[in-house]
Design a protein around this ligand. Structure first.
Ligand code: SF4
Length: 258
């Protein structure tokens, strides 16, 4: 799908009810500072997630991703994770999307199917995406690591170093306007990328997601919004209210590009 239309309103739809209200409506919360800069008052127009210009590139982007998957990643044995994987989880979604979600690594369900974020955490991510009136197929979803770490352990540094060039290529092909990093590892990866590219010695030190969410970072002119990983939300439902604020921020930013 190259162009997705949705109403630019913050009405609580069914997905929001499932994603947010069930666990968070009784809690008081305040808007994060960055989000407060973005008033949503009076916005009710239709917007598209991808610009017509980018849509024209769609088939080229899809073709480039296919080549990356078929010729560079399939059968990859660059790190030890290749030994125990069933399937490589490349990523999926709209190759032309303005919005990309980046997670950490595949889990058991993803390893079996070759699709990212389809287990319990993935189902929650789908609801999160739908909470801002987008469909899962409107965005692109990928992980830093393409093969499942045994027992869902954290990825190791050498695995990140071996696998992250693939993610870099995916980002360069898709050229999203916004990246939402899900959790610690993808946020740390983008911070490292920003720090390595900074000529003036900018150095963003990762503290914890709670310290970075609600803020906007710049990576190659892409706006980066860190937020909690859906797996964390399954264990800590009270954090859903923060992710809801981050999603509203993303939606306002998307509307600015149209
Ligand atoms: S995790 Fe990445 S680098 Fe390691 S084998 Fe899989 S695709 Fe290759």
């Amino acid at each position: 799908m190259s162009v997705a239309q949705y109403k630019d309103s913050f009405a609580f739809n069914a997905a929001v009810n499932e994603f947010y209200i069930d666990s968070a409506r009784k809690e008081n919360h305040t808007k994060p500072a960055a989000a407060m800069q973005y008033s949503t008052a009076g916005q009710s127009r239709d917007i598209t997630l991808t610009s017509p210009l980018k849509s024209a590139e769609n088939s080229a982007n899809e073709e480039a991703l296919k080549k990356l998957r078929d010729y560079k990643i399939n059968n990859c044995t660059k790190c030890g994770l290749s030994k125990e994987r069933n399937l490589i989880v490349f990523g999926e979604g709209d190759a032309d999307s303005d919005l990309m979600f980046i997670g950490e690594a595949p889990g058991a369900d993803e390893d079996k199917t070759g699709r990212p974020f389809i287990g319990k955490a993935g189902q929650l991510l789908t609801k999160i995406i739908e909470s801002i009136n987008l469909k899962r197929e409107d965005v692109y979803i990928a992980n830093i690591i393409k093969c499942r770490p045994p027992g869902n352990r954290n990825p190791e540094q050498n695995e990140i170093e071996n696998c992250s060039p693939f993610l870099r290529e995916q980002i360069d092909i898709i050229k999203p306007k916004i990246i939402c990093t899900l959790g610690k590892f993808s946020t740390m990866f983008i911070f490292n990328e920003i720090n390595n590219a900074a000529a003036g010695g900018d150095n963003i030190e990762f503290e914890k997601i709670g310290s970075h969410r609600g803020k906007i970072y710049n990576y190659k002119n892409i706006k980066v919004i860190p937020t909690f990983h859906p797996s964390y939300l399954l264990r800590n439902p009270s954090a859903k209210k923060d992710v809801w604020e981050d999603m509203k921020l993303i939606r306002v930013l998307l509307s600015e590009y149209i």
